[in-house]
Design a binder for this molecule. Structure first.
Ligand SMILES: C[S@@+](CC[C@H](N)C(=O)[O-])C[C@H]1O[C@@H](n2cnc3c(N)ncnc32)[C@H](O)[C@@H]1O
Length: 299
């Protein structure tokens, strides 16, 4: 397979509102099969590998294969990711269910042994809850997927303060005991827990592109901010239209990714150019979820 590599240059460098990155820091976005692409990258480099593989559901970018064949491919891709992972790095693998004849297979459960065999350690199984999806008639409608967070060792980059969220009762104080009168919670906010709610990217989402199942950028931002430091390298080996690339760029990380579908890679490159130009629309982190029971949906 031909490897088509391109560093994405902004179209009008003189008009950049953002700090000009060094050429080697510009995103490397490839139109390629990910195994071909990753074999050309140096080992032990990436602080965060974040991705969402095809779920084998017969979407327009995948051909449906038996589960065992899908797992064989995943085994090889995960092996290559492990080679590329920084000693203090994290892998975040986002998947949903494989559905066959009405029976579901939660894909993270069948992937679990593949990561364990590579010596990786599971830190969290994050539940990503969202509001929209197919309406099922013979079972409950699915409204969550998972992100399994694996690290290479017990010594991993972790910046909890960067992703704290507002406490429910920020001014609450201990009312008795030795700490009476002191704030009972962390003044920087609370741990966001392992259940996350972000709207999935459907037609009215500001980030919607031609891709049928793209990441919301704010979801990847939370992973980037907590699991990497500024300047660290981030990789997405199934990058689609580059949502992880955008999230990492927004926070000063270096990035690279690949996808096998040329149209998606073109959209990813275009989104990066728009980001440099300051014209890319993203849903801001921390924006409340639309709530129809509140005035103006709570916004
Ligand atoms: C679930 S989507 C990822 C979407 C992405 N997270 C985004 O925000 O756009 C999976 C992607 O994997 C790509 N893909 C499938 N097989 C691939 C392969 N062998 N190498 C690289 N990309 C592949 C598909 O084209 C698809 O865009």
């Amino acid at each position: 397979m031909t490897l088509h590599l391109e560093r994405t240059e902004p179209e009008q460098p003189l008009l950049w509102p953002r700090e000009r990155p060094r050429p080697e820091d510009q995103p490397l976005l490839a139109c390629s099969d990910n195994l071909d692409f990753m074999r050309g990258l140096p080992g032990d480099r990436f602080k965060l590998i974040v991705t969402s593989p095809p779920y084998n559901l017969g979407k327009e970018y995948e051909s449906r294969t038996p589960l065992d064949a899908w797992l064989d491919t995943q085994e090889r891709v995960i092996g290559e990711c492990r080679r590329l992972l920084h000693p203090h790095g994290s892998i975040c693998w986002q998947v949903g269910n494989y559905v066959q004849d009405g029976e579901i297979v939660p894909l993270d459960t069948v992937l679990y042994p593949l990561f364990r065999r590579r010596g990786l350690r599971l830190r969290n199984r994050i539940i990503w809850h969202f509001g929209h999806g197919l309406h099922c008639s013979r079972r409950l409608s699915g409204r969550y997927e998972t992100i399994n967070w694996w690290t290479r060792s017990d010594d991993y980059t972790w910046n909890l303060d960067a992703i704290r969220i507002p406490a429910k009762y920020p001014g609450k104080r201990h009312f008795k005991g030795p700490n009476a009168g002191n704030l009972s919670g962390n003044p920087k906010g609370k741990n966001p827990s392992d259940v996350w709610e972000f709207p999935n990217v459907k037609s009215n989402h500001p980030e919607k592109t031609i891709h049928p199942c793209q990441f919301p950028v704010e979801l990847v931002e939370r992973l980037v901010l907590s699991m990497t430091d500024a300047g660290d390298a981030v990789l997405d080996p199934y990058m689609g239209v580059g949502s992880s690339i955008i999230a990492a760029l927004m926070h000063g990380r270096t990035v690279c990714g690949c996808d096998i579908v040329p149209e998606y890679v073109e959209v990813a490159r275009s989104r990066v150019r728009q980001w440099y130009a300051g014209t890319l629309r993203t849903r801001p982190m921390g924006k409340p979820i639309y709530d129809p029971t509140l005035p103006n949906g709570g916004h």
